[in-house]
Ligand binder design. Structure first.
Ligand code: IMP
Ligand code: MG
Length: 176
């Protein structure tokens, strides 16, 4: 039986924290004078969301959503199931979605449309990681921490079968 083993450290906690500081500063500049809502996507975005929100100097609130894909067959159609909806009224608000990784882009593409349909004035995307080779729909995150190769990433919120989310760094899974 194949066993999964973890690769070497790709991105350290320190690098992630530095990046969060940079992006937090950028968001604070871009939205100066505005009030924003960060919408974190459970569960992978939790550590990155915590880093980013502490580096934003604006008046802001947070909320969370949980979503899952309906399965491989319908994934390309962009059908995403909402397991936990927003609790905040976002009508007329400036929203930033905070995600762990953009791979196919299906999830973020759906969420962007959904948040607009709920009346958001603007919707931007902030992702810890971007895996451009996986892209199936044309979507680009506005704020990206790091770009990664097309391999299965775990750590700092990202899981394999719900495990490894607690690793304080980014690595990948290898089979041996
Ligand atoms: P997308 O809809 O394909 O862009 O990706 C949606 C979700 O798939 C992400 O929010 C992650 O939860 C998961 N995902 C995509 N690539 C990886 C990976 O390399 N490791 C762990 N989870 C991933
Ligand atoms: Mg996720």
């Amino acid at each position: 039986m194949n066993e999964n083993v973890i690769g070497t450290v790709l991105i350290t906690e320190e690098q992630i924290r530095e990046k969060a500081t940079e992006i937090g500063r950028q968001i604070s500049e871009d939205y100066a004078g505005k009030e924003i809502i960060l919408v974190g996507i459970l569960r992978g975005a939790v550590p990155w969301m915590a880093d980013i929100m502490k580096r934003i100097t604006l008046d802001m609130t947070i909320d969370f959503m949980a979503v899952s894909s309906y399965g491989a067959a319908t994934k390309s159609s962009g059908v995403v199931k909402i397991n936990k909806d927003l609790e905040t009224d976002i009508d007329g608000k400036d929203v930033i979605i905070v995600e762990d990784i953009v791979d196919s882009g299906v999830t973020l593409n759906y969420l962007e449309g959904y948040l607009r349909s709920r009346g958001a004035a603007t919707v931007k995307l902030c992702s810890l990681l971007d895996k451009p080779e996986g892209r199936r729909v044309d979507i680009k995150a506005d704020y990206v921490g790091f770009t990664v190769d097309d391999r299965f990433i775990v750590g700092y919120g990202l899981d394999y079968d719900q495990r490894y989310r607690n690793l304080p760094y980014i690595t990948w899974l290898e089979s041996e």
